[in-house]
Design a protein around this ligand. Structure first.
Ligand code: IDP
Length: 138
């Protein structure tokens, strides 16, 4: 078993889609072992997306991620990181496969409903930014 970190983004919470997205996650065989609803501060969002700080969309991204609450999650499965990336679909929903979360729900490349870690190493870092070990119940 391994873990990945997930965010249900503001476009999803705003449209009351967290239950529908969780259903897709669970039907794909990922187990939600920790979950909470939080409002990210600008500092938190800037730190989380620090790798993108030189990109032209960085300001827009931070603005969107702090505009409304998000739901942060820890997901568990065999090969959780690649499995969740598959369930999420491509960053740009126009390129996402049928049945993926982004194909089903995303509004645009920026408002694309979910975040998922891109490596086991980043999953561990991102999980530790939001959850203590005691809050993760497998
Ligand atoms: P990922 O979320 O599929 O891993 P990344 O390339 O790591 O994709 O980008 C992080 C987030 O930044 C995306 O999920 C999306 O919200 C936003 N983003 C990426 N590219 C663009 C863009 O060209 N315009 C606006 N927002 C973007």
């Amino acid at each position: 078993m391994s873990r990945t970190f997930s965010i249900l983004k503001p476009d999803a919470t705003r449209r009351n889609l967290t239950g529908k997205i969780n259903a897709v996650i669970e039907e794909a065989g990922l187990r939600i072992v920790a979950q909470k609803r939080v409002k990210l501060s600008t500092a938190q969002a800037e730190a989380f997306y620090g790798v993108h700080k030189e990109r032209p969309f960085f300001g827009e991204l931070v603005g969107q991620m702090t505009a409304e609450p998000v739901v942060v999650q820890v997901l568990e499965a065999d090969d959780a990181v690649p499995k969740y990336r598959e369930v999420m679909g491509a960053t740009n929903p126009e390129q996402a496969d049928e049945g993926t979360i982004r194909k089903l729900f995303a509004l645009s490349i920026g408002e694309n409903s979910v975040h998922g870690s891109d490596s086991d190493e980043n999953a561990a870092i991102e999980i530790a930014q939001f959850f203590t070990d005691a809050e993760i119940v497998g």
